[in-house]
Ligand binder design. Structure first.
Ligand code: PMV
Length: 327
């Protein structure tokens, strides 16, 4: 039982990739934004002997001392404690998340970031001195870049060859224009816009879709490079449109991005059903988000068509629809 007097809590948002998934693994730009209405939360209560991790949504309890080192939850605890130079700790970590698992909304990276931030808050109470570089004015316990790079290590366990976009957008909690292995570029949204995010209800591990795309790329290298270039170009144009408030350009860009995602074979019947329903109800653009094959899709909505699009997504089988403003 957690004692609320001693509890330390930290949260991290979900995310959606607006443009550029998959091509981003091959060095092309992508745009991702946080989705703050869904969150992963880690709560720490000091005092238990050893470290016990409770993943409450999946009903899993992990005894850290006995855990498989490649278990993502044990790994993020190990990496974070090592970052603070802590060898031994007695605490219970409880994890809860409203972000659907394996569905393109970044649940793995969000859980990692929440655990890192909670452990960082706890660590300031137990490490004897300030460590240079750890304390920043914006976040007193750990900086965003460190949160992102620790979470990236665990993304490798989830994904195999992750681009790093999930950990980046979630750790910085800001819209990002992301190019692999380049310094992070955040950008501003000149005119807020709204998307409906529809869940197919089909869990789809990103690792499998990313692995299949890699095999296809190896087999048809030149063709896939052309497709990735086109996806990257759409992300570049979309950034300019978002920064200059030309929201009417985004719908057609989403449709073109989706056509290319179909061409690289990461769409699915369920995704196409939701995308078709959103378009038929008036969305000016719609596409899958994240790894694809299942998981979530997004549709651009406005005040006049939002209700009809949400209803159409539900009628077409969406298990959950989230409406969120991008700003
Ligand atoms: O499925 P998600 O939300 O983890 O997003 C994966 C995005 C990919 O571009 C397909 C992979 C990556 O590492 O960037």
């Amino acid at each position: 039982m957690l004692n609320s007097q001693l509890m330390i809590t930290a949260s991290a948002p979900g995310k959606v990739i607006l443009f550029g998934e998959h091509a981003v693994v091959y060095g092309r730009p992508a745009i991702a934004v946080p989705v703050t209405c869904v969150q992963a939360t880690a709560t720490i209560e000091p005092g238990e002997p050893g470290i016990i991790i409770h993943a409450l949504d999946t009903n899993r309890t992990i005894d850290y001392a006995l855990a498989d080192p490649s278990d993502p939850l044990a790994a993020i605890v190990r990496l974070t404690l090592a970052h603070f130079g802590i060898r031994q700790a007695d605490l219970t970590i409880a994890i809860r998340s409203t972000i659907p698992i394996a569905s393109g909304l970044g649940s793995g990276a969000a859980v990692s970031c929440a655990i890192i931030r909670a452990l960082a808050k706890w660590a300031v109470g137990v490490i004897p001195c300030d460590r240079p570089g750890v304390i920043t004015p914006d976040y007193p316990y750990i900086d965003d870049a460190t949160v992102s790079s620790l979470a990236y290590e665990v993304e490798k366990l989830h994904h195999g060859t992750p681009s790093g976009i999930d950990n980046t957008v979630i750790a910085y909690n800001q819209p990002v224009y992301f190019i692999r292995e380049q310094p992070i570029q955040t950008f501003s949204v000149a005119r807020p816009f709204t998307v409906a995010i529809g869940n197919t209800g089909v869990a789809s591990p990103t690792k499998i879709a990313v692995g299949d795309v890699r095999r296809n790329w190896e087999a048809a290298h030149d063709w896939y490079e052309v497709l990735f270039d086109q996806i990257g170009h759409i992300a570049e144009e979309a950034r300019a449109a978002i920064e200059s408030g030309q929201i009417d350009q985004l719908g057609p860009s989403m449709d073109r991005n989706q056509a290319l995602l179909r061409a690289i074979d990461v769409s699915s019947i369920e995704l196409e059903r939701l995308i078709g329903a959103a378009k038929a109800a008036g969305a000016s653009g719609a596409k899958l988000v994240g790894g694809g094959r299942g998981g979530n899709m997004i549709a651009l909505v406005d005040e006049s068509n939002q209700g009809a699009i949400v209803a159409a997504l539900k009628n077409a089988g969406a298990t959950k629809v989230i409406v969120t403003e991008i700003k």
